[in-house]
Ligand binder design. Sequence first.
Ligand code: PLP
Length: 438
Amino acid sequence: MTFESDKPQTICLHTGYRADPATKSVTVPIYQTTAYEFDSAQHAANLFDLTEMGNIYTRVMNPTCDVLEQRLAALEGGAAALCVSSGQAATAMALQNIAHTGDNIVSSTDLYGGSWNLLKNTFATLGIEVRFVDPTDPENFRRASDERTRAYYAETLPNPKLNVFPIAEVAKIGRELGIPLVMDNTAAPLICRPFDHGAAVVVYSATKYLGGHGTSVGGVIIDGGNFDWELYADRFPMLNQPDPSYHGAVWTEATKPMGPVAYIVKARVTLLRDMGMAMSPFNAFMFLQGLETLHLRMREHCSNAEAVAMYLLQHPDVERVIHPSLHDDPEQTRRAETYLSGGMGGLVGFELKGGRDAGARFIDAVEMLYHVANIGDARSLVIHPASSTHQQLTEEERLSAGVTPGYIRLSVGLEYIEDILRDIDNAISAACDVEQAA
Ligand code: PLP
């Protein structure tokens, strides 16, 4: 028996596990095993036939991953979850689970660069067209849809612009047309629950805030259990027609006794089985450790980021500050206030008056902040996109992505706030005093 609660603090410590039946271990053990012994030939047949639930092989399921899956599904208010090897694997699988050659996906333009590449280039090689639309007007999603559209895709809090996505508006359009909204909630765990606003599937890079320790790469797909795949049987043949890869199973039928989990069960027993992007039990254990303090960390990330944004706002060498609380456009402010609660995330952008050169000098001058291509670590992290992650783009492409020459992205960590501000202040002086002396 595990203690039931809908509160994140309790879910992260108790959902899905009480004590190991063999050893009474209080900590979720790392079940570092490849296979699981079957009781009998009939038992094995039942497991493969999905008439009985149980462990078969760690590429497809593992008890350590299972506890993490239960905790993440409960945290999001979803029906079930699936751990995978990275955030990229989560996005790829979440969409490939319902789209194949000839289909299309409508995606927001405001995406993490890796997701952009995956959708624009790799999906194109698979014959899946991705139509990118500006989320400023949610109706752009409707305009780009047709009968082969299988999903909408977006990030809750995409950087560098930090414009919060209009989740309910786009989810509503999708539900009118029978198209599920898949949300990447990597930058906003706990402060946003996309299912509450109508999303159908949530993906995470667990690598970031969910873990928080920066030790492990992993991802998760969470099924909201709130989308009627059967109602739109023509749009989702992969869930409603016999699947030749699983002796003709019709997923919406075969999974009925398990609840509204057709989407996630299919992902596990076909895509994960075939492509093998499994999370290792060791990484699942690491994410479970991180998850225990997620609510405390998110609170601190948010309040430290807000303090940094306010500090930068009054700095004479800072041209502009990007934070969800500081948008000029009232609609962007409304979206941030509607979809984020308990804080506005740990990301802050800012632009130094000295442009690209000052930005690069700032990066070279920080002493405590880590210069890395990552977000969501307990430590504060910094990057200057124009000279690193976005270097290969044209100036025009950089600007449309929101990366101006002097733009600096901060992932504000959990250090003592005065230390964070001191490091930033010293680095700004080092970067801008050169300009003033010249
Ligand atoms: N989604 C977002 C918003 C990200 O920032 C990242 C990585 O930076 C990913 C997905 C990909 O995650 P991973 O690095 O775990 O594959």
